[in-house]
Write a protein that binds this ligand. Structure first.
Ligand code: ZN
Length: 496
């Protein structure tokens, strides 16, 4: 689960390099040449600092073309990850956030700060929700055991040359001069050095064991771990010679790990797990989203067409859903409706509702708003449905009514930036520039762009004539500046 692929290298390159700046216990004058790993050193890379690194990496990662910004997929994966993490044998120390990466290679990776990336290829290659859970639980195991921090530290030895430029890029970003994108070239260089974390055999087994426990307690079928491992081993074998053999090289002891898990599976009673419909719908859509070229896309379509006639139940429904989604993307709305109706025959899920809402929107269906409201009533836990309802309301000119709706969603899901952006749009149309800027500042704050957030708040401050609002904004600006100062101070320590 630690094969190399471009995004990971780039992100980890960033992670490794910045993390080096916070090298555990390293005095500020000595960022390079860390002592070899002791048991205590990982503890010194505090979870808060780790989170800061993760946030910085994710701010960059969000702009990566392979990052899939999709509330539905993100919520599905993150909920799954947090559900597993709730059963971890030890406290995780980080809040788990799982995001999908548009990449057909079978891979997953953990970044500092509890962020876990899952390649679409891995989700598509899995054959049950338990198999997907197995990989996720393994990655959460790494987070729990603080392997990211330790791996970073070990890897950091000898790559310290990068520190100054990394820190420089981050400081520039914090100062609001350019964004982290300007650091990318540097991180690209960093990636040229082999920076895979290359967890040790014992780290892998620890993560497997923790993952196994999480899977079992969260109600997944532990046999999925064996099945997924087999799949990963086969995939790495196929990749060998094709330049993709790095998976095998970072997992030289997969056979041992495999028998370790097999033994554990034998020791516990077998529990079948019922896949959630969302698993199949998400998987179906990702199979299309990840296609790199026409032939890959053609293969994905053929597979769905095959399933739409030969599969049964939810898998058949998911295949029709994928075809409906594709038709919608291609603006063939009639075909999309037909396929969506077929999908509805075999199952239901927020994905089907959102697609129906998108179709209503695209075709200006007269009952679009009513449908959206009913869908939200059915699925008050779906971020994607809430987002689609907000759009339907905005399309119907209901900006006034959408404001309290979005405010409530922001309370419900404070970390999801998209609702803040939608709120800003409506405030804009309502002619409330102060509130629009405040909402947008919240959006940038959540995506890690603190300087931009401060800038927008300053604009809002000068536009406002209300003393009460002004002082509220002043407090916010002060808080954000403090956060910026803290981050800067951490970085400055390691500036050469
Ligand atoms: Zn691993």
């Amino acid at each position: 689960m630690h094969a190399c692929h471009p995004m990971r290298l780039r992100l980890v390159g960033l992670g490794v390099s910045i993390a080096l700046a916070f090298a555990p216990g390293a005095p500020s004058a000595q960022p390079v040449g860390l002592p070899s790993m002791g048991a205590s050193s990982a503890a010194e890379l505090s979870p808060a600092v780790e989170r800061l690194l993760g946030d910085a990496i994710m701010e960059q990662g969000r702009h990566d073309p392979t990052y899939i910004a999709d509330l539905d997929v993100n919520q599905y994966l993150t909920q799954m990850g947090r559900g597993l993490a709730a059963h971890a044998p030890q406290p995780i120390g980080q809040r788990i956030t799982v995001f999908p990466v548009r990449d057909p290679s079978i891979n997953a990776f953990a970044l500092p700060g509890g962020y876990i990336g899952i390649n679409s290829g891995l989700i598509v290659a899995s054959d049950s929700e338990s198999e997907l859970a197995a990989v996720m639980a393994h990655e959460i195991g790494h987070v729990m055991q603080r392997h990211i921090a330790r791996g970073i530290t070990q890897q950091a030895q000898g790559t310290g040359i990068m520190v100054a430029s990394m820190v420089g890029a981050l400081l520039a970003a914090l100062a609001g001069q350019g964004n982290l994108a300007m650091g990318v070239a540097t991180f690209g260089q960093a990636a040229a050095i082999d920076q895979q974390l290359g967890f040790s055999r014992s780290a892998e087994q620890e993560a497997d064991r923790a993952g196994f426990q999480m899977m079992r307690k969260a109600g997944y079928d532990v046999r999925g771990m064996v099945a997924m491992f087999q799949r990963l081993m086969n995939a790495s074998r196929l990749n060998e010679g094709g330049g993709g053999g790095s998976y095998a090289s970072t997992h030289p002891l997969s056979i041992q790990r495999m028998s370790d898990i097999e033994n554990r599976v034998r020791e516990v009673p077998v529990h079948a797990h019922q896949d959630s419909p969302s698993y199949w719908y998400v998987r179906s859509r990702l199979s299309l989203m990840q296609a790199r070229d026409t032939s890959a896309r053609q293969r994905a379509i053929q597979a769905l067409e095959h399933d739409s006639t030969h599969a049964k139940g939810i898998q058949r429904s998911a295949a029709w859903y994928g075809l409906a989604w594709l038709a919608w993307q291609e603006k063939d709305y009639a075909a999309a409706r037909t396929a969506l109706d077929k999908a509805r025959e075999g199952g239901s899920g927020p994905q089907l509702d959102v697609l129906a809402m998108n179709l209503n929107q695209a075709t200006r269906a007269p009952d679009a708003l009513g449908f959206a409201q009913a869908a939200w009533k059915r699925r008050p836990d779906s971020q994607a449905v809430a987002q689609a309802l907000a759009r339907a309301m905005q399309a119907a000119g209901q900006d006034q009514a959408v404001v309290p709706f979005l405010q409530a969603r922001i309370k419900q899901w404070p970390d999801i930036p998209e609702f803040r952006k939608a709120l800003a749009d409506s405030y804009d149309r309502l002619g409330q520039p102060v509130e629009a800027r405040r909402a947008m500042a919240g959006y940038y704050e959540r995506t890690g762009a603190l300087p931009t957030a401060v800038e927008l708040l300053q604009q809002a401050r000068s536009l406002s004539k209300d003393f009460y609002v002004q002082s509220e904004i002043d407090v916010r600006i002060r808080q954000l500046r403090e956060r910026l100062d803290n981050q800067r101070a951490l970085l400055e320590q390691f500036k050469s």
